[in-house]
Each structure stands twice: as C-alpha cells, then as structure tokens.
Design a protein around this ligand. Structure first.
Ligand code: PGA
Length: 260
C-alpha cells in the first residue's frame, strides 16, 4: 500500500445503476465464486443515504433466496459512541431496519458489530476477530462532503486502526435529521484508514452534487489526511462509482469509463 495507483472511476447514468453492480459483487463473494478458501468471506458494509437503495435491494435478494446470508460474514465501518444495535439513530440500527437479515446475522454471531463503547481492549479484539475471519474481502464506502471516510474526518491519521473520534461539525449537521429532536452525538467509534485499506477490494460510491468537491479532492488532490478519502489512491483494488453530479468537477482523464 506504499504506492499510488489511481482507483478505477466509473460514472453511472444514475445512482440506482450502482445497485445491481453491488449486488453482483456480494453475490459472487457469497457464492464462493471468488475464493478457493472454505472460510466464509467477510463483507464490511457502509451506512448512510448512499446505500439506502442497495440495502433494500439486498434485503429483497435475500428474501428471494438469490443471496444466502449464511454464506458470508458481515461487519460495518463505524458507530456512534454508546449506540447499541437497537438504539435508533445508530448505524447498526439503520442497517437492520433496511435489511433485517443483518439483525438475524448479528443474533447468530455472523455479523461483527463495531464495539460502540470504544474501550481500547474491545477495539483490538474487534480487529483480531476481523483478522481471524480472513480479513475483509469487500469494503463498501461512502464519502462525506468534507472528504471523510467512515468517521475519519479531515486531519485524521492515515495510519490508525479502530479508534474513538470526534465528529466534524459538518458531519454533525449532516446527521441532524436522524437524531431529531436530540442533537447528534459528538463522538463515534470508527475503522481507521489503516484498517480500511487492508480490505482486498474497496468500492466507494458517491452520488449528488454535494459530493463533487470531496470526490475531486479524493482523486486529484494531495494524498494526505486533509482529505482522508485520498488514501484510497494507496490501494491496489479500489473502484469509485459516481453519478454525473458527483463527477462534475473531475478532469476527464480521471474517469475510466461510463457504466450503463
Ligand atoms: P451519506 O454519508 O451516504 O449519508 O451521504 C456518507 C458519509 O458521510 O460517509
């Protein structure tokens, strides 16, 4: 990961076009097409509005038997501090609302929850569980307007594992609606950039004009913690899926191709 390799960048006709593509990636992993090992592949999901349509579709795929949840392990990127899985506003709560199979996986022990209280020992134990599961085969990512990845806010170290962090003000503003009438939390537990970059494959999705500046910094700015997403350029197998609004500030040369 000490080299720079531009992620593959594809511009979709519309954000929804990402859904069948992402489902196919999950299906291929879950059905074992991608692996010679007997271990179930670990998929790390991202939450947030970017993935709402994907989770609904994943739920439907599971209900119709086209993806079998016992064939893969799941985990996620981050959690608001102290938010147990059943607490509204939390990431895991959101995930299980949109895709109830995730709740069943959690109950069966095949979904690894981010330790939401952030105790140091629990974070290291979580990393060890990920490692024992064979590492993350597929990491899905969104991006914040400010270039954050998970809760690695601008200024974050690119060399950290799971840790407790303080949310940027713009992140709290963006999260406001999910906590009304309360204020968004100030702290969260997050996968660090070092943990994220260990995934075998990364797919980042960004849709809408609000993400255009962050996408440009990620792909064309300096690689450093000012835009944590820029660290994806140190990964060998990263794919960025954009809609045309999110891609609108990019130089044409940064784009590998359109996807229909
Ligand atoms: P969003 O969040 O999918 O709700 O836009 C992405 C993020 O902040 O990482």
């Amino acid at each position: 990961m000490d080299h720079q390799a531009p992620p593959q960048v594809r511009v979709l006709d519309a954000a929804d076009a990402a859904v069948p593509f992402l489902l196919q990636e999950v299906r291929a992993l879950a059905s074992g097409q991608e692996s010679e090992s007997n271990q179930r592949p670990l998929i790390s999901f991202a939450t947030g509005g970017t993935f709402t349509a994907f989770f609904r579709a994943l739920d439907a795929e599971i209900k119709q038997g086209r993806i079998t949840p016992t064939e893969f392990l799941g985990t996620h990127l981050d959690e608001y501090m102290g938010f147990e899985p059943e607490r509204p506003g939390g990431m895991l709560h959101e995930l299980s609302l949109r895709c109830p199979a995730m709740r069943d996986m959690l109950a069966r022990g095949s979904f690894l929850p981010v330790p939401c209280h952030g105790a140091e020992g629990s974070l290291r134990a979580h990393e060890e569980r990920i490692e024992r599961a064979g590492g993350i085969k597929l990491q899905l990512l969104g991006i914040g307007r400010n270039g954050h990845i998970a809760f690695n806010e601008p200024g974050a170290s690119l060399d950290e594992g799971f840790h407790v962090t303080t949310l940027a003000e713009s992140t709290r503003v963006d999260a406001k609606a999910r906590f009304v009438p309360d204020q968004p939390p100030r702290r969260a537990v997050t996968a660090g950039m070092k943990s994220i970059l260990t995934a075998e494959r990364i797919i980042l999705c960004a849709f809408g004009a609000d993400k255009a500046a962050a996408v440009t910094s990620m792909l064309q700015g300096e690689v450093n913690g000012t835009c944590p997403a820029s660290a994806l350029r140190m990964h060998k197998n990263a794919l960025v899926l954009l809609d045309s609004a999110a891609a609108s500030n990019l130089d044409a040369g940064a784009i590998a191709g359109a996807m229909h």
